[in-house]
Ligand binder design. Structure first.
Ligand code: UDP
Length: 246
């Protein structure tokens, strides 16, 4: 019997008959500010699922090990069941959001090389920023695993920045989560406008969850725009690569 393993703010994870697999379903629910702001955005689950599948397929093709197996329907994909590491890994190419508030950098300032941060996933503590020593004493991950998280997050950034650029998007920052699977660390969770910040390269228009956080309107239009731009670029690249050589 298929059972709900976990229902989060934006996704439902269900066990499958194969104990090594789960299905991940994307809801239309949106939350921000530690759950204080809530709403339902029609079609958000569809676009987040489609964008996540598109990006995970692309990353797999480029050699990144992820939990993605295959799409099950337009809002659900099948994934390897990971033992999740309770750390949010954030990669930042531009200063914005909590970084600007915390250390006073200029909004939009370019961060090169990028900044990597770890946050402890813990609701009662409101997901605090931690360093590698904190992660070690909390026994969240070994030192070797922590350096792997950092390395893999930067590899994902190196692959996604140019794809976004070709889609006329600035990949400002994003959040990744990882888990253990058969002795390896795999990239898990989702990559979508809920977990990334995308700015239009020419106008700086925000095309991500900040439209919800900041009441900017046209939320679903922005998600659709990100999906259309990224799918054009990624599908163009795979069509080019699969063309038989003459
Ligand atoms: N992020 C996320 N989940 C979280 C916190 C952050 O997906 O629980 C993403 C967020 O969408 C952004 C990046 O991580 O792309 C950095 O977020 P930041 O730390 O600036 O937090 P915020 O300003 O959203 O509080």
């Amino acid at each position: 019997m298929v059972q709900t393993l976990y229902e989060g703010k934006a996704k439902i994870v269900k066990d499958q008959e194969n104990p090594q697999e789960v299905s991940i379903f994307f809801k239309d629910d949106a939350t921000a500010f530690d759950g204080l702001k809530k709403d339902r955005i029609s079609q958000k689950g569809f676009y987040n699922a489609q964008i996540t599948c598109l990006i995970f397929r692309y990353l797999e093709k480029k050699g990144i090990k992820t939990h993605f197996i295959r799409e099950l329907d337009e809002r659900t994909f099948l994934a390897k069941k990971l033992q999740m590491i309770p750390i949010e890994v954030i990669v930042r190419n531009r200063a914005t959001g909590s970084l600007v508030k915390r250390i006073g950098l200029k909004e939009g300032e370019i961060l090169s090389p990028p900044v990597v941060e770890f946050y402890y996933k813990n609701d009662p503590l409101h997901d605090p920023l931690i360093n590698e020593d904190h992660a070690r004493v909390l026994k969240l991950a070994s030192s070797e695993e922590l350096s792997q998280l950092r390395k893999q997050a930067l590899e994902v950034n190196n692959l996604l920045v140019p794809v976004c650029d070709r889609a006329d998007l600035i990949l400002v920052d994003f959040k990744l989560e990882f888990g253990r699977y058969q002795g390896e660390i795999l990239l898990g969770d989702e990559i979508s406008p809920d977990t990334c910040r995308f700015w239009d390269k020419y106008t700086g228009k925000k095309l991500d969850k900040d439209r919800f956080r900041q009441d900017l309107g046209e939320i679903i239009e922005a998600y659709e725009e990100v999906y259309n731009r990224l799918s054009r670029v990624i599908n163009q690249e795979s069509a080019f690569q699969s063309r038989p050589s003459e």
